[in-house]
Design a protein around this ligand. Structure first.
Ligand SMILES: Nc1ncnc2c1ncn2[C@@H]1O[C@H](COP(=O)(O)OP(=O)(O)OP(=O)(O)O)[C@@H](O)[C@H]1O
Ligand SMILES: [Mg+2]
Length: 276
């Protein structure tokens, strides 16, 4: 059952130990958030981390499709009070804990900030052993999306080198800047031809941020264009499991390694999940 009482919610928030909560955002849709979230989650699992993936695309969820798993229940059952988070969560054979999102449910795509934070709290309470909780968000800057991002300790902004993606990524950066948390925002250029091309896209974006917001953004790493992602999804395969020697697997594994280094350097802990 979801919490509705602010006091209960606040006291629960303060009783957790540390989990890194990472949001995957984009602004524009279709730029590769779910692809990055799912594959990054699997790469972190492969590093023996206990990883949870919340499919926070509550209107058009599809993480389970990319993972090739069937999820009979999803968060809509948590929101209607018939199931708990533990009931709907799926342990995949990769060792990943998936909390499936709902599909075709418009009301869930508009949940309040309180409901989003309550859902995350329940996940943390039900699975206290998680090292990392990745949150794959929906496209756009809805209040539900922003609520999920508010609950994260760092945010990865997936973008492509095309005008609409750049414009929408900048829109999200501006919002993050107003919340004074650009230092926790990392750009992930996706579908680029090389790491250098991704870095050039980042540099371009960083220049705009320096000029108009007077502060920099950070670069994580780039994800290269690779048709293997869609081919694997069509076959309900994952690249890490079924194509371990592919360039895409190396690329995502490297991305996970860079992220782990950043996390350990920054010793980041989430605003929702605080020390006991
Ligand atoms: N690096 C890549 N190389 C090739 N194809 C990619 C890459 N990243 C994503 N894609 C493809 O782009 C399409 C959209 O990707 P994805 O669903 O991950 O985007 P999304 O940002 O999650 O979309 P939405 O905003 O609808 O949630 C998919 O067909 C996916 O296979
Ligand atoms: Mg998606």
């Amino acid at each position: 059952m979801l919490l509705t009482d602010v006091d209960t919610f606040t006291s629960m928030s303060q009783s957790y130990t540390t989990t890194n909560i990472l949001g995957i955002a984009s602004g524009k849709g279709g730029v590769g958030k779910t692809t990055v979230a799912v594959n990054l989650a699997l790469a972190l699992c492969a590093q023996n981390l206990r990883v949870g993936l919340l499919d926070a695309d509550l209107g058009l969820a599809n993480s389970q499709i990319l993972l090739g798993v069937n999820a009979p229940l999803n968060v809509s059952h948590v929101f209607d009070g018939t199931k708990t988070v533990a009931d709907v969560a799926v342990e995949t054979h990769h060792g990943l804990l998936l909390i499936p999102g709902a599909s075709g449910n418009q009301s869930l795509a508009n949940i309040s900030s309180m409901e989003a934070r309550s859902l995350i709290d329940q996940i943390l309470e039900s699975f206290p052993d998680l090292d990392v909780l990745l949150i794959d968000s929906a496209a756009g800057l809805s209040s539900a999306n922003m609520s999920f991002l508010d609950a994260c300790s760092i945010r990865l902004l997936v973008m492509q080198d095309e005008p609409a993606s750049i414009a929408d990524a900048y829109g999200l950066i501006k919002l993050e800047s107003r919340k004074d948390r650009l230092k926790d925002l990392y750009l992930v250029p996706n579908r680029v031809s090389s790491e250098q091309a991704g870095k050039r896209l980042f540099d371009k974006m960083n220049l705009v941020c320096m000029k108009f917001l007077e502060e920099p953004v950070s670069y994580l790493a780039s994800v290269l264009q690779d048709d293997l992602y869609s081919r694997a999804t069509r076959k309900r395969e994952t690249i890490l499991e079924h194509h371990p020697s592919s360039l895409a697997t190396k690329n995502i594994t490297d991305l996970a390694a860079v992220l782990m280094t950043k996390l350990s350097q920054a010793n980041i802990s989430g605003p929702v999940r605080e020390q006991v």
